[in-house]
Design a protein around this ligand. Structure first.
Ligand code: NAP
Length: 734
């Protein structure tokens, strides 16, 4: 425990810190100094400090930590005043909103910045000031930025970090210049705008009248104009250059919007508003998690499943994920306006929407599955303002790599932890053969760094693995490469990219095992209706097939032969499936899938069905576990490189549920049996989570599935649809 902390300046921040440190018993004594005796007395009366001093000589020498909680411009004077009494062991810190001038003040007073001076800035505050406004919870769950210098004492930095952590704050570190730059944009500029707006409006003749009608928006936007004028004056003086840079930036942006309004340019106006709206939503996610990082914090989601009654009735599952991605990508590259309906509003497909917005494409929606894209043409993308963050979406990362390799600008593609581990060399290597400059990270994963400005040339490429993402990536690159790009595949892979390109008027030559694309083609905007996703439907198909008495119809599901291997495999196992109301939606075959319960039997899954059912294997494992006899399969090593090692994840969970699963090299044997209740993990893999939910419907007691938050990447409404179909499932969020 620290012996004595001295807080100089018992105002809002100093008082709040003193109160929090006292409550958390961070130090034996929390002492306060203030030039105003009334404030000191109030601090003692309110129990904010243990001891009050109006003479620094009495107290500085005995303090382990001295905190300067005074206006930034007072820093130099206060440092000079404490200098004579400082002991070499005393650690000094401050709370000033700007940092470069605090460093300057320390240099002026001490010659060089003392190694035990650790500058800090709490990103927390209020429009109120003074000790009476002190709030012990002001810093809880807020960020504190420390800006130690390279020569700062590490143990001193750790001590100040520990002090702030004891108040419930999260401590971050950054450089002094970066701090002032970031804060100018995120804090100083908004305050200045709020002050200026209120001042401008207040000068108007009829200001009383205007303010009388002020609505919530005005109040929200101008709340911070009630902050302390002196403090903001000081901030403007202290961080002059960075603030001027931000004002200039903002003025340019406002001028662009003004011009769009003058010219009644709806596309530009909508562009600015939709980009801002989506950026705000993106920031909100970041703000609820860890700011200054790309990973939005997810709550822990656990599924609890009890054995089901029969699955009955008619359900709809959301739009196809693969097709949703491709519709947005090609709509963005087309000339004209593309309308999409049935778009899957999941995290993965929204990552693709965000990436194109970041590259200047105006996209309205999604709203109830409808998206409107103002295509910019093949050459119309703008350089993104920073790295493109694609969350968990392998499709976005791999397909965009092909597109971005052909652009004039540089780009960087990032993903979450799971995506960063997935193999990206499989797209990088053929793209390099086409002349792309592309680097993957250690282990061949993301971040992927692409240097633009390369002229790509067509290649003939024999894919070593059957991968629709590699094929699609090269087809997108092929739109830009000189000549004819031909891609040969060792087995059938999903052909949504080919069908979608044809929807946009692109000519392709399609053979049994190859596809060829010529460059120089123009994509024409169109309307796209997206069928329901067979990969999402598969969970309900298997659940109905294994629960006695079930009779379920899943409406308008995409039954593209390159995706519907799961129907063939279940058919061979004895499932009772019929396809009703067949039709076509935007070049994709669809049908209502009618499933009735029928006992399943183990089979040897034919090799040719593996690549056309690749995403459905987790739930096919469950069908095999519920079947009579043994199911054998091989050639599925690709499953080890999905969102998790799906073979390992399914084997582990099924073993826990009492099912015998043997994996020998590339061969897998699953012996059907009675499934038992158990606790299993999805390993953050959406399809593993949903597959075990299906397994839970026939288990003899409750099945608890942990780490299910990633279900939102492909099927956010899974639990609602499952409950509607009759599955007894609950979601617990912590
Ligand atoms: P405050 O409530 O006005 O408190 C400032 C304190 O410093 C008062 O006790 C004041 O004493 C004292 N002080 C002023 N000038 C002084 C001088 N020349 N010598 C000695 N003491 C002096 O202000 P605050 O909001 O706590 O802000 C303090 C610091 O926190 C500032 O550096 C500010 O940049 C930083 N900060 C503020 C916020 C926020 O939202 N308010 C957020 C983050 C960081 P008197 O009462 O006698 O004037």
């Amino acid at each position: 425990m620290v012996n004595r902390v001295l807080i100089i300046g018992l105002g809002l921040i100093g008082g709040s810190l003193a109160k929090a440190l006292k409550k958390k018993k961070f130090a034996k004594i929390v002492a306060g100094y203030d030039r105003n005796p009334d404030d000191l007395q109030q601090g003692l009366d309110l129990g904010i400090i243990d001891e009050g001093f109006s003479d620094l000589a009495e107290v500085v020498a005995t303090a382990d930590i001295v905190v300067l909680a005074v206006p930034v411009k007072a820093t130099e004077n206060v440092l000079a005043a404490i200098k004579p009494y400082l002991s070499p062991a005393t650690v000094i810190t401050d709370v000033g909103s700007t940092k470069a001038n605090v460093i300057l003040a320390a240099q002026t007073v001490f010659g060089t910045v003392p190694d035990k001076f650790i500058p800090g800035h709490p990103i927390a505050g209020s429009e109120k000031s003074g000790v009476a406004a002190a709030d012990e919870n002001l810093f809880a769950k807020h960020k504190i930025i420390l800006t130690p210098l390279p020569e700062s004492d590490e143990s001193a930095t750790r001590l100040i970090a520990r002090m702030w952590q004891s108040t419930g704050a999260e401590v971050l570190q950054m450089g002094v210049e970066r701090h002032d730059e970031v804060l100018a944009a995120t804090s100083h500029l908004p305050h200045i705008l709020a002050f200026s707006l209120v001042d401008t409006l207040a000068k108007e003749q009829d200001s009383r009248e205007i303010f009388r009608y002020a609505a919530g928006g005005f109040r929200d936007f101008t709340r911070i104009a009630a902050s302390d004028p002196t403090m903001w004056h000081d901030v403007c003086v202290a961080n002059k250059q960075e603030i001027l840079n931000q004002i200039d930036n903002f003025t340019d942006g406002l001028a662009t919007l003004r011009q769009a309004i003058v010219a009644s340019d709806s596309q530009s106006m909508l562009g600015i508003f939709t980009r801002a709206k989506s950026a705000r939503e993106h920031f909100s996610k970041m703000l609820t998690g860890t700011a200054y990082s790309q990973n939005s914090h997810k709550s822990q989601v656990t599924f609890h499943v009890h054995s089901a009654a029969p699955l009955l009735g008619r359900i709809r599952v959301p739009g196809d994920k693969s097709i949703s991605h491709r519709a947005v990508m090609l709509g963005a590259l087309a000339e004209g306006i593309t309308h999409i309906s049935g778009f899957l509003e999941s995290e993965d497909s929204l990552a693709t929407v965000q990436a194109f917005r970041d590259m200047g494409v105006v996209i309205e929606g999604p709203h109830q599955g409808r998206v409107k894209i103002y295509g910019v043409g093949l050459q119309g993308l703008y350089p993104p303002p920073g790295p493109l963050y694609l969350g968990n979406s392998g499709t976005s990362l791999r397909l965009l790599s092909g597109l971005l390799a052909a652009q004039a600008f540089d780009s960087q593609l990032l993903g979450d932890n799971s995506l960063s581990k997935r193999p990206m060399e499989r797209v990088a290597e053929p793209l390099r053969k086409m002349g792309a400059s592309i680097q993957t990270s250690e282990g061949g994963g993301a971040p992927v760094v692409i240097q633009g400005g390369q002229q790509l040339s067509a290649i003939e490429y024999q894919m070593p693995v059957a991968s629709a993402q590699v094929k699609s990536c090269l087809l997108l690159a092929g739109l830009y490469a000189t000549g004819q790009t031909r891609i040969q595949q060792p087995a059938i892979t999903r052909d949504h990219t080919e069908r979608m390109l044809q929807n946009f008027g692109v000519q392709l030559t399609i053979e049994d095992d190859a596809v060829t694309i010529a460059s120089g083609q123009v994509l024409k905007a169109t309307s796209i209706e997206i069928p329901a996703d067979i990969s999402s439907a598969a969970f309900f198909i298997v659940a109905a097939a294994i629960n006695p008495g079930s009779d379920l119809v899943i409406e308008q599901v995409g039954v593209n032969p390159s995706r519907s291997g799961v129907l063939k495999i279940l058919g061979l196992m004895g499932a009772d499936l019929t396809l009703e109301n067949p039709g076509m939606l935007s070049g994709e075959p669809v049908a209502d899938i009618h499933v009735r319960y029928a006992p399943l039997r183990g089979i040897t899954i034919p090799d040719e069905l593996v690549s056309v059912a690749i995403d459905e294997f987790p739930v096919i494992f469950v069908a095999a576990a519920a079947a009579q006899g043994v199911t054998c399969l091989s050639g599925v090593s690709e499953l080890r490189y999905k969102e998790s090692d799906r073979i390992e994840a399914m084997q582990e969970g099924l073993l826990r549920m009492g099912i015998d699963v043997t994996v020998k090299g590339d061969n897998i044997l699953i012996c059907g049996g009675v499934l038992q209740g158990a606790k299993v993990s999805s390993y953050d893999d959406h399809r593993i989570a949903m597959a075990f939910a299906v397994a839970g419907t026939i288990a003899n007691s409750e099945v608890v599935i942990e780490a299910c938050s990633h279900v939102a990447t492909s099927f956010p409404e899974f639990v609602d649809v499952a409950q509607k179909a009759g599955i007894r499932i609950n979601k617990e969020e912590t």
